[in-house]
Design a protein around this ligand. Structure first.
Ligand code: GLY
Length: 366
């Protein structure tokens, strides 16, 4: 990493600290999802409740970056506020909630009581498994499998490891194999959702909520896939998951402009907006993991350098909100749900979280 990149990344983390200080002072105990005109607090619809770990997660990352006790106090506080979600059976997002918060807390302390919370969240998530079809159902319906769940299945692998529970391991592994078979295509692109016949478990079709068309590639789903299959490989060492992660990563790299930031969906002709910055932040973080996991030095260099290229773009003036007075988020040009008109060309909490995570990983590697 160049000296200039190092300084840029550190400056971006410092800016994140300023933004998060304002957010937590202005709206204490509030869990934002996306901005409206750059403002976190509004009456906009949520669609589903999956983002409550990303604020605490950013606070943990700031503590790691600065070593300042005040960030740790806030991080613990926002983590405690979501503890009750460890038994939440209404969403498929317990990995997002607890891996970013309580797992970071446990890594720092090795406190068994904190680990218990992470393990319980993973065990709860596994209850979504449909034996007919062999997948963890999405929050939408029994028949529905989302690519997003690949980012959450890691907490089940972790719970399986901690509890030495072979059934939890089976569930997590089978979910990954089912996702690989039905949602990842031959060219490495991914579908957002798969629909199953709940009586027989037979796969029926691919579809999408947040992408452009049933046969197209929603950029954030692609980023969830490349990161999630990397995590699945980390836990299983099953080379099929590494191959899938690399296929998804290669599709992302081959189809995205030089600057590294995709549109919301690569296949959308004349997209209304050129960027979906949160997909890029997630991809950067996932690619830094994949660079460590792949056994091939040339591919490791490709993934690592491409991740830095994304971060160089995201820390530039077009994306970092540092020169946008009154803007409360960190990264601009994110997208939540284009079709519903939610968080379109705004800051999004997960975009900011994975941006900080990727910056932290890059600085640690550098
Ligand atoms: N997991 C929901 C989303 O990516 O929008």
């Amino acid at each position: 990493m160049t000296q200039a990149a190092l300084q840029n990344y550190q400056a971006a983390l410092d800016f994140a600290g300023q933004q998060l200080q304002v957010l937590t002072d202005r709206h204490p105990d509030f869990f934002p999802m996306y901005t409206v005109n750059g403002q976190w607090k509004h009456e906009g619809e949520s669609w589903t409740n999956w983002c409550e770990g990303f604020l605490g997660g950013q606070l943990w990352l700031l503590y790691q970056h600065t070593g300042q006790a005040a960030w740790r106090e806030k991080a613990e506080h926002y983590s405690r506020l979501i503890e009750h979600r460890k038994t939440d059976r209404s969403v498929h997002d317990l990995g997002f909630l607890f891996w970013s918060t309580w797992k970071r807390w446990y890594d720092l302390t090795q406190d068994a009581a904190i680990n218990e919370v992470v393990v319980e969240a993973g065990t709860t998530l596994a209850k979504r498994f449909k034996e007919k079809g062999q997948y963890l159902r999405s929050f939408v319906a029994d028949e529905s499998l989302f690519i997003d769940i690949m980012m959450n299945v890691g907490i089940i692998f972790y719970a399986a490891q901690q509890k030495q529970d072979s059934d939890l391991y089976r569930i997590a592994r089978q979910h990954c194999l089912t996702t690989r078979r039905y949602l990842v295509r031959g060219d490495g692109s991914t579908s957002h959702e798969g629909i199953f016949d709940t009586d027989t478990g037979v796969f029926l079709r691919q579809t999408t909520h947040q992408g452009w068309r049933v046969d197209s590639s929603w950029a954030r789903g692609q980023a969830w896939a490349l990161y999630g299959f990397s995590t699945a490989y980390h836990f299983t060492r099953d080379v099929r998951f590494l191959n899938t992660a690399e296929a998804c990563a290669n599709f992302y790299i081959e189809n995205t402009p030089e600057h590294g930031i995709p549109p919301n969906d690569w296949m959308e002709t004349n997209p209304a907006l050129p960027y979906e910055s949160s997909a890029a932040a997630i991809a950067a973080s996932g690619l830094l993991d994949l660079a460590r996991l792949t056994g091939d030095p040339a591919r490791a260099r490709l993934y690592h350098d491409y991740a830095l290229r994304i971060l160089d773009t995201l820390t530039g003036p077009e994306f970092l909100a540092v020169d946008t007075p009154g803007w409360e988020g960190i990264l601009k040009h994110g997208m939540y749900h284009q079709r519903k008109g939610l968080g379109v060309d705004e800051s999004v909490m997960w975009g900011d979280y994975f941006f900080l995570e990727a910056l932290s990983k890059a600085l640690a590697d550098g």
